[in-house]
Design a protein around this ligand. Structure first.
Ligand SMILES: [Zn+2]
Length: 505
């Protein structure tokens, strides 16, 4: 064997960052800057999908880039979804290996200020405040963002302060494409990999038109988390509630003994909500009820709330609290009627992910191979992956490195983007070994199974959970989802300012 060949083999075996760190930095940054400058804000008022033309243009651009990387089946599907497959390298073809997928979203929240987005690279961060030149009142400071202190020496990217940056989730897209490029260039052996870029995650409609059966992945990761090393396998359970107080209106001049003003009941209801269960009063694993919209007049007052809890029992208790408080309030105000409507939202993906422990083990090993210490952390909100997990594709969330998203001081360290690229490459590389390991542990369970686990269905329908079921073993090959087994997509995956408390997305 020649030295050149030895070197090539060695490059295939070593973690990619050791042999290609500088190249990754340049490529992922170049991609990200191009994508960030595009306006792909989604529009929650629009009825179409995607909800903005900018997303469709971006999707078109990405189809071209995926094809340029050799993913010849890359396509722009109806409603703005991009799907593509990276075929397996020789030795990993066929149907033996479950297809691993990666998902990022095309849209951003509204730009906040006046566009266009002008991404700025602050080279080799030296510490201290970064004043954003387009609006000097926007200052990125380590006092407010302590993780900046860990980024000394890294290039930092921000907007110019007049808009968001949109690293959520264009950093993820740039990272996935750069990982594919590296896999191909360096001849790293891998199984089939499915890619999906989805519209309208920020409006909560990202999974509305997703082709679960046609995409082809058996398991997936969204690349949409924040801090470097973060791995999310748990989300909130979500519900929304509308409380309507109905009174009786008349001319105030002759109102004595006649008028029943629903506004007072609404005010009392709001003030009686437990202050210690407000989103601004809790963090960690504690949920909340959060009134976000009040409309009304004497005749009728309407209050909209969102309810969030990591446990389904906790969510049910919050629903009960809203119902009982509304009824009690109505009793305090003779003549007032109260009605409460509850709408179920997304579900905590933890019970689904817990049945596939090799998924988390593979991601954690990938991180360790690139020198990261994995940080398992629940998301105080929902993800498209949570919805997808209940549609039959278990889907935890990997970090992309974005920080303080949905704000004009959003930022990202290029070093963290490099780590995300390396983690994706390593995850794809260790995937076959982890699948085989899971199958060795439970060889009898290798047969394909229905797409949606029974525990998932029972949780969606509110039946007792069967979270204690045995771990599942990777299914073989490309899967197809039985239409009858697929639960309906949750309607109210709302993020933005409410569903995910800041500084989480
Ligand atoms: Zn995101």
């Amino acid at each position: 064997m020649t030295w050149a060949l030895w070197l090539a083999v060695l490059c295939c075996l070593l973690p990619v960052g050791i042999t290609a760190g500088g190249a990754i930095h340049r490529r992922v940054l170049e991609r990200f800057l191009r994508y960030a400058a595009l306006d792909t804000a989604s529009d929650s008022a629009a009825r179409t999908l995607p909800t903005s033309e900018g997303q469709r243009r971006f999707a078109d651009l990405l189809v071209g880039e995926l094809r340029g990387l050799g993913l010849s089946d890359a396509r722009l599907a109806a409603q703005g979804y991009v799907y593509a497959t990276l075929p397996a390298t020789p030795g990993h073809e066929g149907t033996a290996l479950p297809v691993l997928g990666f998902i990022c979203h095309l849209d951003t929240v509204p730009l906040l200020g006046s566009g266009p987005i002008r991404p700025i690279v602050h080279p080799a961060y030296a510490g201290g405040d970064l004043v954003l030149p387009g609006d000097p009142t926007q200052v990125l400071s380590p006092r407010e963002h302590p993780r900046l202190r860990d980024k000394i020496g890294s290039d930092i990217v921000t907007s110019d302060g007049r808009t968001i940056l949109g690293a959520d989730d264009k950093a993820g897209i740039a990272e996935v494409l750069t990982a594919i490029e590296l896999l191909r260039e360096r001849g790293i052996p891998h199984g089939p990999v499915a890619i999906a870029f989805t519209p309208d995650e920020e409006t909560g409609r990202g999974m509305e038109g997703f082709d679960v059966a046609g995409w082809g992945a058996s398991y997936a990761f969204t690349v949409d988390g924040e801090e470097v090393g973060e791995l999310n396998d748990e989300t909130f359970n979500a519900a929304s509630a509308t409380v309507v107080f109905t009174g009786h209106n008349c001319h105030p001049g002759s109102a004595k003994g006649v008028m029943v003003n629903a506004l007072y009941a609404a005010a009392r209801f709001l003030s009686d909500l437990p202050p210690r269960q407000r989103p601004e009063a809790v963090d960690g694993r504690v949920g909340y009820q959060h009134p976000h919209t009040v409309t009304g007049e004497e005749e009728e007052a309407r209050i909209k709330l969102i309810l969030r809890d990591f446990s389904l029992t906790g969510l049910r208790q919050r629903q009960r609290l809203v119902r009982e408080l509304a009824a009690r309030t109505a009793r305090r105000f003779p003549g007032v009627r109260a009605t409460v409507t509850i709408e179920e939202g997304y579900r905590n993906m933890k019970p689904v992910i817990a049945r596939h422990p090799f998924l988390i083990a593979a991601a954690e090993e990938a991180m360790r191979r690139v020198g990261l210490t994995p940080i398992r952390r629940p998301i105080r909100g929902g993800t498209d992956g949570a919805v997808l997990s209940y549609k039959g594709i278990p889907c935890p969330n990997l970090f992309c490195g974005c920080e303080n998203p949905h704000s004009r001081t959003e930022w990202i360290a290029v070093d963290d983007m490099v780590k995300a690229v390396e983690t994706i490459v390593e995850l794809i590389r260790v995937w076959p070994e982890h699948v085989r390991g899971a199958r060795r542990r439970r060889p009898e369970a290798c047969a394909p199974r229905p797409a949606a686990p029974s525990s998932a269905l029972s949780i969606l329908t509110g039946a007792p959970s069967q979270e204690e079921g045995p771990p599942e073993v990777p299914r073989s090959g490309r899967r197809r989802v039985a239409a009858t087994a697929r639960p309906q997509p949750p309607k109210s995956l709302r993020k933005g300012a409410t569903a995910r408390s800041r500084p989480r997305r």
